[in-house]
Design a protein around this ligand. Sequence first.
Ligand code: FES
Length: 56
Amino acid sequence: MVVCVCNAIREKELRDAARDGSGKPSDIYAKLGRKPKCGQCLSFAQTIINSEAATA
Ligand code: FES
């Protein structure tokens, strides 16, 4: 599933990037070479990052 439409970031990609240390969505997006645009995805992205951190 696509988490961030603006940057075409998929949930798996986000989880993989979040696995080696949790952080803010903007930090994780930066790791992927992207940055937030519209911001609509950020709270959902944070939820996914948190859940990945909880299971790491
Ligand atoms: S959907 Fe992620 S920045 Fe717009």
